[in-house]
Ligand binder design. Structure first.
Ligand SMILES: [Zn+2]
Ligand SMILES: [Zn+2]
Length: 339
């Protein structure tokens, strides 16, 4: 790495590749933006031009509006800009999410955006890319965050749903409209009952179905339904929607939240839902370490999350690691639907 002029610079607009005059996931207006995935903290509006993967594009276009100029590429396909080669590799975070590989002369950097190493069966599975410098998130960069296999978590969720059904309750499960909601949908057992979806989730589902992904059946929530329709069934809604007046229609409910933060017992006291399930679209501690080891990078830049603790840990392990401030978010603690 040339310390005087690193291949990627951390600027006030975002991650900047000056040789190509390109930004990756910028948070301020720039000419050319390469986007790892469609969550709001990575895909901001107002860029002159966007580049993402084919599978990320439909949702990105929906979120940024039809006027946004978005080009897309296949995973693994190379785009060369002023001698710099850019290519996208699966990040396993949500459908279409990518790590972006930046190669110039003999140097390779990888920007991972948000990622998870466990294959959820819907997102393109995380693919390790060898590089010299790896930019990693650290949302769950503490040893206490270790996920149970997702099959176990889904068994817990389905049991909770069955129990609610047996006493005539409606189950309400929260998840971000893009990513988590579809993952929940695919993990729910349709033999238990019907799956209703909040409009913001159903809009995203429709885009994803149009792309050719096979999502399980859903029924969009509407004013024509009443408590008798919902009883025993399950509703998936964004975290922001719980507690709002529309929920009165659902009858007697039990609410559940799915988030990596549910790992820590103390998190339960602050939450407004009845049940918490530790399911995340981000890598746990083990996943972060695996990703770092398998890319074989010597230099690690640690962004959003436990960046200080995690970069210090990596330094102790012999990596050339440093913490970097960005405007990316991990899995938000507070209830917010910007994802
Ligand atoms: Zn994300
Ligand atoms: Zn993020």
């Amino acid at each position: 790495m040339n310390p005087a002029k690193p291949l990627i610079q951390f600027t006030k607009r975002g991650l900047y590749v000056s040789q190509a005059d390109v930004y990756i996931d910028p948070w301020q207006k720039v000419k050319r933006a390469l986007i790892t995935h469609g969550h709001a903290d990575h895909a901001h509006p107002g860029m002159d031009h966007y580049l993402c993967t084919h599978s990320a594009k439909p949702v990105l276009q929906h979120r940024l509006g039809h006027k946004a100029k978005i080009d897309s590429v296949k995973y693994g396909e190379t785009t060369t800009i002023n001698g710099v080669k850019f290519s996208f590799y699966p990040a396993g975070h949500i459908i279409g999410s990518a790590q972006i590989k930046v190669e110039y002369k003999d140097e390779i950097w990888v920007v991972s955006g948000d990622y998870k190493t466990e294959n959820d069966g819907l997102s393109e599975a995380f693919d390790s890319v060898r590089c010299h410098t790896f930019i990693t998130e650290s949302t769950f960069g503490m040893p206490v965050y270790k996920w149970k296999p997702q099959a176990e978590i889904f068994a817990e969720i389905n049991d909770w749903w069955k129990q609610n059904k047996s006493i005539g309750k409606t189950s309400v499960l929260t998840g971000y409209s893009l990513g988590k909601a579809q993952r929940l949908l695919q993990g729910l057992d349709p033999s238990i009952g019907k799956v209703y979806t909040h409009v913001s989730i159903e809009n995203t589902n429709q885009i994803i179905r149009k792309q050719g992904y096979k999502l399980n059946d859903t029924i969009k929530i509407s004013n024509h339904q009443n408590a008798a329709d919902y009883a025993g069934n399950i509703v998936i809604c964004p975290p922001t929607a719980t507690g709002n007046p529309w929920m009165k229609n659902l009858g007697n409910v039990s609410t559940g939240r799915t988030s990596g933060w549910m790992t820590v017992p103390g998190a339960g006291r602050k939450r407004k839902e009845d049940r918490g399930f530790a399911l995340s679209d981000h890598a746990d501690w083990t996943g972060l370490i695996q990703a770092i080891e398998s890319c074989e990078a010597e230099n690690i830049f640690v962004t959003h999350g436990y960046s200080k603790i995690f970069s210090r840990y990596l330094t102790e392990k012999g990596y050339n690691a440093a913490e970097v401030k960005t405007e990316y978010e991990g899995e938000v603690h507070t209830i917010k639907e910007s994802k």
